[in-house]
Write a protein that binds this ligand. Structure first.
Ligand code: ATP
Ligand code: MG
Length: 172
């Protein structure tokens, strides 16, 4: 395939992680090799798409086990976990992958879990053949200006604001 591009899915509306899951399915359907790295997802959190993706060949998945998106885990422990996972991911991200998705990556900087310079260095020196997709709210300008494709999910409405909690099969 040709040179991979950098894509960013950001914004406060729903659809960032599910868009990346849809893209992964599309890529696997063409026998692409895929790496999915999930940041800020507790080890016991099983979102439905993961159950299916784990059954498919062609995809490797790395979970950063600590820290829910909104929970109050010890920030230092979360930062350490995020940085270890990022180091592992960088080692594993090679030309062998056609598509690499770093889920919830964009928000890591705002909370001080990862240094932006480390992310920028990785992006600027990444294997050029892999398409790279970064998801998560609050993508910093430095990431956006490096991206070839940026989609911001706009939250016009969300049932959460009517008191409807996370629903199995829809939110996870
Ligand atoms: P999804 O995983 O459904 O594609 P997302 O990745 O865009 O959502 P995140 O920012 O990762 O959304 O949010 C995590 C959880 O919060 C998801 O379960 C998502 O459905 C839910 N969510 C998304 N947008 C909103 C919103 N505007 N208000 C409240 N909850 C939201
Ligand atoms: Mg998400």
């Amino acid at each position: 395939m040709s040179r991979g591009l950098l894509q960013i899915y950001t914004g406060n509306g729903k659809g960032k992680t599910t868009a990346s899951a849809g893209l992964i399915l599309r890529a696997l359907g063409h026998d692409w090799r895929v790496l999915l790295v999930r940041f800020l997802k507790p080890a016991d959190s099983t979102s439905g798409e993961l159950t299916i993706l784990r059954q498919l060949s062609g995809i490797d998945i790395i979970d950063a086990g600590l820290g829910g998106i909104y929970d109050a885990a010890d920030p230092l422990a979360v930062a350490q976990d995020v940085q270890q996972t990022f180091a592992l991911a960088k080692k594993q991200i090679t030309q062998d992958y056609d598509l690499v998705v770093l889920d919830e990556f964009n928000g890591l900087f705002r909370r001080g879990y990862l240094a932006l310079e480390d992310a920028l260095e990785f992006i600027d020196t990444r294997p050029q053949m892999s398409e790279l997709v970064l998801t998560g709210r609050h993508a910093p300008a430095e990431l956006i200006e490096r991206a070839d494709l940026v989609t911001s999910m706009e939250a016009l409405r969300h049932p959460y604001n009517q008191g409807v909690g996370a629903r199995q099969g829809i939110e996870y």
